[in-house]
Structure formats: structure tokens, C-alpha cells
Design a protein around this ligand. Structure first.
Ligand code: PBG
Length: 324
């Protein structure tokens, strides 16, 4: 059926028609808010490249999380900024580590807000890599035990879900095993399955103080040029026991989100990363774009591509917009 018999504009002429034929609807239920926890009291260090985001001590972390909870956001993703770093990332799995303390405090105050913890070593190692380093080599298998211990200590502190972001091979299986052995078989794993080696993580590394001190992450994070490999990565993580799989970043990788959605029937998350956030905030500040509209369009696009949930620094702003 072609013009003039078919006129797509017929169903665009008023808001009611547009609402009736809308295919994608963003909901507060889709949003996960990433937050940065740091030691201290009353601390709220602004992150320059991520306006509106802060390194938060536990008291402030609770305030922000409460706001998210009251807006109906179902979960936060917790990142820790430890006070000490060492080669074995010991503060990543310490009982009184920052994520462990923050998780206990959050679950105590807001038991119904899901706390997902990022499981990685890069904030906790003195060299800033996501695994154990031997000379110049990021040693895959030596990293697995450290990652598993980290995930276990998060779960023991009350985390509702753990999310490994390190990209070591085999870590999902290792984490699933250690959780199961410790009567934590009910704790799901959200795996950063297709995580690309992306320059869009720049602002996050300022926020979390996790930039590698030598080299880069190309030997473990994925090459941005690859798509088939994303399917292999995702399939592996599912076989190893992942419950939710993630594509990261989101906007420059919507083709990957779409392909994974078509091939895989597990819940799919997309991470709208720090650089994606920073670009919109910066252009809005310059008066070059309408930041709010670009935010809503971007999040809707990520959902349209096939994501079931979106990790985004816009979560509170978007929830407020959806409420209004
Ligand atoms: C840690 C981690 C990173 C991000 C999430 N977890 C940084 C990295 O891989 O260097 C990036 C998140 C963002 O940019 O918003 N492995």
C-alpha cells in the first residue's frame, strides 16, 4: 500500500493517536541508578565530568538512594572507592570494605530497594587493572579467585545481585560456584557480558579513580569493531550461569543490543555509560541541545533496540520526567 492510499501521517495528527500507536514505552521500572560510595561522613565530592553525580559517603548515599526509591526506581548499582589499594585488591573483598559497609547500611534502611554491586578489581588494585597483574600481564586465572571472593563478600553483606564487570574469562562460573557453595544460590548474576574497550568510560574513571596506571584494557575488554564476538561472549556467560546479560556502552552499540535481543531470551541490560551522560550534559550546558529531551530520546532508543533495563546516570532525572 503506497501513497496516496497509505498516509502514515494520519495516525500522527494528534497526541491521542500517537499514544495509541506508540511501540516503546519507557518506565521507571526500566531504570537502574549507578552510585559511588566513599568512606567518611557528610562527603559529597562533585564529579566534574558527570554533573549531578558525586562520590558519596554512606549517609549521603542513603539520602540519594532514598530519593531513587521514592521515585520508584527498582535498583541501584553500587561502585566503591576504597581508601587503600594494593596488588591483591584486598579492600575489594574485605568484610569492612566500602561496598560491603554501604550495602549493609542500604539494606538496613531500605530493604525493598535492590542493591546490585559492581564486582571488579580496578578501583582496588594499585595498578588500576581489572585483574591480578603479573609483570605486565593481566593474569586471567589468578584473577578469578579474587573476583569470586569479592562477589561472595558482597552477597554476604546483603547485595541482592552481583554484577561482574572485569571481563576475565570464566568469572561467571567461578562466582556462581562460590555463591552456590555458600548457600547463596538465590543471588542472581548480572554479567557485563559484552563489555567493549571504550573511550566512553573516561568520566567514570575520574569518578572511581580506576584508570589503569600502565597500558589499557584491550587484552580483556572487547574490540569495538566486533559484533559476532559479542554473541559468543554472551552465550558463554549464559552457559556459566548468568541471569541477566549486559551490553556496554549503550548508544554507540545499539546494533549489538538489537542482535543480542534477537538471539537471546534472557533479560538484557544496557549500560548508558559515563561518557554518554557527559556528552549530553556538556552540550546542554553550552545551550546546543535540549538535554532533557535528548535524555528521554536516548533512553527510549535504548529500550526500542531491545534492552529490558538501562543502567543510567540519568535515572533520577528520567524518573522525575516520567512522573511529571
Ligand atoms: C569497572 C567499570 C568501568 C565501568 C563500569 N565498571 C570502567 C572500566 O571498565 O574502565 C564504566 C562505567 C561508565 O563509564 O559509566 N571495570
Amino acid at each position: 500500500m503506497l501513497f496516496p492510499d497509505y498516509r502514515p501521517r494520519r495516525l500522527r495528527q494528534n497526541d491521542a493517536f500517537r499514544r495509541m500507536i506508540r511501540e516503546t514505552r519507557l518506565s521507571v521500572d526500566d531504570l537502574i541508578l549507578p552510585l559511588f560510595a566513599i568512606d567518611g561522613k557528610g562527603v559529597k565530592n562533585p564529579i566534574d565530568s558527570m554533573p549531578g553525580h558525586f562520590q558519596l559517603s554512606i549517609d549521603n548515599l542513603i539520602n540519594t538512594s532514598k530519593k531513587a526509591y521514592e521515585l520508584g526506581i527498582p535498583a541501584i548499582m553500587l561502585f566503591g572507592i576504597p581508601d587503600k589499594k594494593d596488588p591483591l585488591a584486598t579492600s575489594a573483598y574485605a568484610k569492612d570494605g566500602i561496598v560491603q559497609k554501604a550495602t549493609r547500611a542500604l539494606k538496613n534502611k531500605m530493604p525493598d530497594l535492590n542493591v546490585i554491586t559492581d564486582v571488579c578489581l580496578c578501583q582496588y588494585t594499585d595498578h588500576g587493572h581489572c585483574g591480578f597483574v603479573d609483570g605486565q600481564i593481566i593474569d586471567n586465572d589468578a584473577s578469578l579467585d579474587l573476583l569470586a571472593r569479592t562477589a561472595l563478600s558482597h552477597a554476604k553483606s546483603g547485595a541482592d545481585m552481583v554484577a561482574p564487570s572485569d571481563m576475565m574469562d570464566g568469572r561467571v562460573a567461578e562466582i556462581r560456584n562460590i555463591l552456590d557453595e555458600n548457600d547463596l544460590s538465590n543471588i542472581p548474576i548480572m554479567s557485563y557480558a559484552a563489555k567493549y574497550c571504550s573511550a566512553f568510560y573516561g568520566p567514570f574513571r575520574d569518578a572511581a579513580d580506576s584508570a589503569p596506571k600502565f597500558g589499557d584494557r584491550r587484552t580483556y575488554q572487547m574490540d569495538p569493531a566486533n559484533a559476532l564476538e559479542a554473541i559468543r561472549e554472551v552465550s558463554m556467560d549464559i552457559e556459566e550461569g548468568a541471569d541477566i546479560i549486559m551490553v556496554k556502552p549503550a548508544l554507540p552499540y545499539l546494533d549489538i543490543v538489537c542482535r543480542i535481543r534477537e538471539e537471546i531470551d534472557l533479560p538484557l541490560a544496557a549500560y548508558n555509560v559515563s561518557g554518554e551522560y557527559a556528552m549530553i550534559k556538556a552540550a546542554d550546558k553550552m545551550g546546543w541541545i535540549d538535554g532533557k529531551k535528548v535524555m528521554m530520546e536516548s533512553l527510549t532508543a535504548i529500550k526500542r533496540a531491545g534492552a529490558d533495563m538501562i543502567l543510567t546516570y540519568f535515572a533520577i532525572e528520567a524518573a522525575e520526567e516520567l512522573r511529571a
